[in-house]
Design a protein around this ligand. Structure first.
Ligand code: GLV
Ligand code: MN
Ligand code: MN
Length: 462
């Protein structure tokens, strides 16, 4: 039996999972414990409690090496990566990740939506699977930690279980969701929320979602096969970087996520009139870009007009035809609103629409709003929050219950069953940037908390 020689002297995992010995199944508990002590010098042994199993711990050095290796796919000269979904870098990154999953003794398949799923059977075939994972696609000019930490962390947990011959009761599934950054596409497919219409949206790679799914080995005609039923999973757990600065500022090790914000996206098209920039008087223009500037200011004003944590952003803009000597006749921009409460998002949206009507009149332009994506707000499961907290505390780590201002595949998975999320500190609170950084030790801590949480869910605490 291989034991975690590099395991930190941390948690004691109790419970009903089995540790399978290849050499002698009949060994009594005392012999078993002595075997542990001899077999692994670094393994902490709980003398006080013979009834307890020894600690399992991930290999932090290996986990951080895997993260570094993944950062080579789509690497940018200024640091970080551009590994947008359905790009060549994404495809190669997925190949790398598949290799790691196979090495972790998972049965790896790509579902029809293009999600990579690594499954291992449990000892009780009647039990539902425990899912854990994240995503490896990035925003353009993103960092090396968003999604990657949770993906590599999940694989590390599976590998740790495999090399310690731990057989869980439930099947486990490590899931690397495709195109998280483009609107939680892979998890939307798994929860049955991906619509036919969305497949025609053009992703950051330039490919439609439909083309993208084919590019990564899925089959957009068979998406119904990917959909899982409500109640079909035991739980979904996701490790992620915080992407804000609270944990670092308050010197807290682990964030226990209480809920994930809803995110709504629209494409806003403003139609003006393209005309000569030299001969058209200032009072005779239908300048779509000027109207867009007023609109952007209005979004900010509306988003800050009421108390709360809601946010509103215009993050992409294109002015056409796009020449210094032509008054812009058309602008296409994105509008994004986020809050933990969908009713508040709707209220802000209606206010923004009213502002747009006023701008349209004053600037002699027309506004058109097209809904692109809706991610519903999702609370996490209180039992899983307790399990995460317990797993962290047992490792001597401090915790804080906090909301997630970023979107995550966990919010789609919340349609299927109980979910929980574990945050680790983001240095400087920077994310979606090449300057994104999380300390190796924090990443290792997060993966150990994930391991403890998976084992507790497996024990039947949820
Ligand atoms: C996902 O990273 C999001 O919050 O945009
Ligand atoms: Mn993410
Ligand atoms: Mn992200």
């Amino acid at each position: 039996m291989i034991l975690g020689a590099r395991a930190p002297a941390l948690a004691v995992l109790t419970g009903s999972f089995q540790i399978r010995r290849e050499d002698n199944q009949k060994m009594n508990r005392r012999e078993f414990n002595i075997g542990l002590m001899v077999g692994s010098g670094a393994f902490a042994f709980h003398r006080s409690a013979f009834a307890k199993q020894p600690q399992l711990g991930v290999n932090g050095a290996r986990l951080n090496e895997h993260l570094k290796a993944l950062s080579e796919f789509g690497k940018n000269p200024q640091g970080g990566v551009s590994r947008v979904a359905y790009s060549e870098a994404d495809r190669l990154g997925r190949e790398y990740v598949t290799g790691l999953m196979l090495a972790a003794k998972l049965n790896v398949t790509v579902d029809a939506a293009g999600n990579i799923i690594g499954r291992r059977a449990g000892s009780d075939p009647r039990l539902k699977p425990i899912l854990f994972g994240s995503h490896i696609d990035s925003v353009p000019e993103g960092g090396n930690y968003d999604g990657d930490v949770g993906s590599m962390g999940a694989i590390e947990v599976a590998q740790t279980l495999a090399e310690n011959n731990v057989v869980t009761r439930h099947p486990i599934e490590v899931v690397i969701f495709q195109n998280e950054e483009g609107g939680l596409i892979g998890s939307a497919a798994m929860s049955g929320a991906l619509t036919e219409k969305e497949l025609d949206n053009v992703s950051r790679s330039g490919k439609t979602i439909r083309e993208g799914i084919k590019f990564i080995g899925g089959d957009p005609a068979k998406l119904s096969a990917v959909k899982r039923e409500k109640g079909s999973i035991a739980a979904y757990l996701e490790l992620h970087i915080e992407q804000g600065g609270t944990l670092e500022a308050e010197k807290i090790d682990i964030g226990v996520v209480e809920g994930i914000v809803g995110i709504n996206w629209w494409d806003v098209t403003i139609e003006g009139f393209a005309n000569h920039a030299g001969t058209t008087a200032m009072n005779n223009r239908q300048d779509a870009l000027l109207a867009a500037a007023r609109f952007i200011e209005a979004v900010n004003r509306v988003a800050t007009s009421v108390p709360g944590r809601q946010v509103g952003t215009v993050g992409r803009i294109q002015a056409l035809p796009g020449a210094p000597n032509v008054i812009p006749g058309k602008v296409i921009l994105s509008l994004e609103l986020r809050d933990l409460d969908s009713a508040k998002i709707e209220m802000l949206y209606q206010k923004i629409r009213a502002e747009a009507d006023q701008i349209a009149q004053a600037s002699k332009v027309k506004f058109d709003f097209k809904e692109i994506n809706v991610n519903i707000p999702a609370p996490t499961d209180s039992r899983i929050r307790a399990i995460i907290d317990e797993s962290a505390k047992e490792l001597g780590l401090t915790t804080k219950v906090m909301p997630s201002g970023a979107g995550h595949d966990a919010q789609d998975m919340a349609r299927l069953g109980p979910v929980g999320m574990i945050f680790v500190p983001s240095i400087g609170g920077i994310s979606h940037s090449p300057k994104e950084f999380s300390r190796p030790k924090d990443i290792e801590n997060g993966a150990n908390v994930l391991l403890g949480a998976v084992m507790r869910v497996d024990k039947g605490s949820v």
